[in-house]
Ligand binder design. Structure first.
Ligand code: HEM
Length: 132
């Protein structure tokens, strides 16, 4: 029987993020952003994303940057529209469900949904300022 465990360590988050980006890069809707539109240094980027989720899910404040700001910059180059957020969220939740099960796994999905909703709203705003 395939029993899944919950997310409990940084290694778990790392596993989640690596699998997530494998799907993201192949996605018809948002893949191009990560493979063509932006040059991403993955060795730098993956640990940062893992820091971000470790801060949220394991209550260990290792992420010190401002994720919203990074997306404001990105949004100037490629408008991050509703359709992109839906695709991002679908892949994120599918990856969580594929690998994990439990309270923290559920929290990961809930937080991803709420952050994506706020981000989508801010990126769409008529006043796309960093304070907005
Ligand atoms: C339309 C959906 C999204 C797209 C296309 C997208 C794309 C990207 C890209 C291309 C980067 C890398 C920027 C760079 O290194 O130059 C990035 C960074 C990041 N993204 Fe997203 N993103 C999306 C949604 C989200 C959401 C919903 C979250 C959080 C729940 C998130 C969290 C992050 C974090 C933590 C970083 C690292 C920021 C840093 O450098 O500190 N992203 N994103």
């Amino acid at each position: 029987m395939d029993t899944k465990k919950d997310i409990t360590t940084r290694a778990d988050i790392n596993h989640l993020i690596i699998e997530f980006y494998e799907l993201v890069k192949q996605d018809n809707i948002i893949g191009f952003i990560f493979t063509d539109a932006v040059t991403i240094n993955w060795d730098h980027h993956i640990p940062l994303i893992v820091d971000f989720w470790e801060t949220i899910l394991l209550d260990n404040p290792v992420y010190k940057k401002n994720a919203m700001e990074v997306h404001y910059e990105l949004n100037k180059k490629i408008h991050l529209k509703k359709e992109y957020f839906s695709a991002w969220l679908l892949l994120f939740c599918a990856t969580v469900d594929k690998l994990f099960e439990g309270k923290i796994a559920a929290l990961a999905k809930t937080r991803a949904k709420s952050i994506a909703a706020v981000m989508e709203f801010k990126m769409a705003g008529p006043n796309k300022t960093m304070l907005g």
